[in-house]
Design a protein around this ligand. Structure first.
Ligand code: ATP
Ligand code: MG
Length: 367
């Protein structure tokens, strides 16, 4: 076994996935097991499926030059495990474990695990220049494991930050999400200040003290990050920022609406909450209230929902047909419904068919 799963076993954590390294060529690996999928033959990776479990089996390899700061120009299969471990990013990720449990550790991974340190294998500047994603991975492992980045690795990270411009938005997004969902989500502030998200948010210190206190949910933490960046002038528009990072449309819209609500004055009366609910629906309003960490507003929102009060046309005691019967048409009909909705938001007890129809009779001039 090799890489993250060895690290996690030594830390007593449950590995996310299982990587195996071998001197056997991909062809031999395929011939040895019944159920295999050639997941990345060019890189020597074969997925072996057995008893419902799967492992990624990769032939020992070394990597050539990286001209695009993202991936090696070519890989070469080698017979030496040490060469394979040398190409890996951090010392804690560069250990292997034999079937009998013996640890193979050429680069001081165990010592760094004990010292809770993230340190590049070899020269950190070279390693970050080869693959700029490693800079975000360094911060991500620090955030997930609660480790500190070793000085030399940190200095290299500062010097190489601009190379992050070569990374695809998707890879940056995935690391951003993992940092936000870790125990130290405020680490994202370091990533931004160093310029690792420079193509998306201008580099500067951003205060994110609220972030760790929020529930560990992506939308919630993302929304908190967005409003901090907006208030700091580091992004201009939430939807633009999230779309550029290739978040899906649903997340972009939900977080965008909640951030807009938080930047305007958060509704703090029942009527204002109902008006917000009528304008954007429940999800963005709940999200904004959660991110605001204002219990008094959360209670008001819960009371509005529990009351069954009307805040949307489908809960209004009259519908379009009633108004058609009264002779309303087109835009006039729409305005009449809006007028009634606005009325019951202020006076919930009036949401009865007769009362509303009477109201229309006595208000012939609806704008
Ligand atoms: P996790 O699965 O928790 O994200 P991991 O360390 O297993 O952590 P993977 O992305 O699954 O990370 O990669 C498995 C191993 O492959 C790593 O432990 C590391 O040895 C190596 N590796 C992955 N990505 C890189 C990279 N960009 N540069 C160098 N080595 C890498
Ligand atoms: Mg892994």
């Amino acid at each position: 076994m090799v890489g993250g799963c060895v690290r996690d076993i030594l830390l007593g954590r449950r590995p996310k996935d299982w990587d195996v390294t071998t001197s056997a060529s991909p062809g031999i690996v395929q011939s040895l097991f019944e159920n295999t999928v050639p997941t990345g033959e060019r890189h020597g990776t074969v997925t072996v499926i057995m008893d419902g479990n799967q492992a990624e089996v990769t032939t020992f390899r070394s990597e050539s030059a990286y001209t695009d700061h993202r991936r090696p120009d070519s890989v070469t299969f080698v017979s030496d495990l040490k060469e394979d471990l040398r190409r890996r990013d951090f010392t804690i990720n560069a250990m292997a474990m034999k079937p009998d449990g013996t640890i193979i550790d050429y680069f001081g991974g165990r010592a760094d695990l004990n010292a809770r340190t993230i340190r590049c294998v070899g020269d950190a500047r070279e390693r970050f220049a080869e693959d700029a994603l490693r800079m975000l991975r360094a911060l991500r492992f620090g955030a997930e494991l609660g480790f500190e980045i070793e000085d030399g690795t940190y200095h290299a990270l500062k010097d190489c930050a601009a190379l992050s411009a070569f990374l695809s938005p998707e890879r940056i997004r995935d690391e951003l999400c993992r940092i936000l969902l870790s125990d130290r989500p405020e680490t994202i502030s370091t990533a931004i200040a160093l310029g690792l998200l420079m193509s998306f948010a201008s580099p500067a210190e951003v205060e994110l003290a609220d972030l760790p206190r929020l529930p560990c949910k992506l939308e919630t933490r993302l929304c908190c990050l967005c409003i901090s960046l907006l208030r700091n002038g580091q992004i201009k528009d939430t939807a633009h920022f999230l779309s550029a990072l290739r978040f899906d449309g649903k997340t972009v819209s939900l977080v965008g609406k909640a951030a807009a609500l938080l930047l305007s004055d958060l509704p703090n009366t029942k009527s204002a909450i109902k008006r917000a609910l009528s304008g954007m629906g429940l999800a963005p309003v709940s999200l904004a209230v959660e991110v605001s960490r204002r219990p008094e507003i959360r209670i008001l929102l819960e009371e509005v929902i529990a009351s069954g009060d009307c805040f949307s046309l489908d809960r209004l005691a009259v519908n379009g047909d009633d108004l058609l019967a009264l002779g309303y048409r087109g835009r006039e009909l729409g305005n009449a419904l809006k007028f009634l909705l606005e009325h019951v938001i202020e006076s919930p007890e009036d949401n009865e068919r007769n009362i509303l129809l009477n109201l229309l009779k006595h208000n012939p001039k609806i704008p």
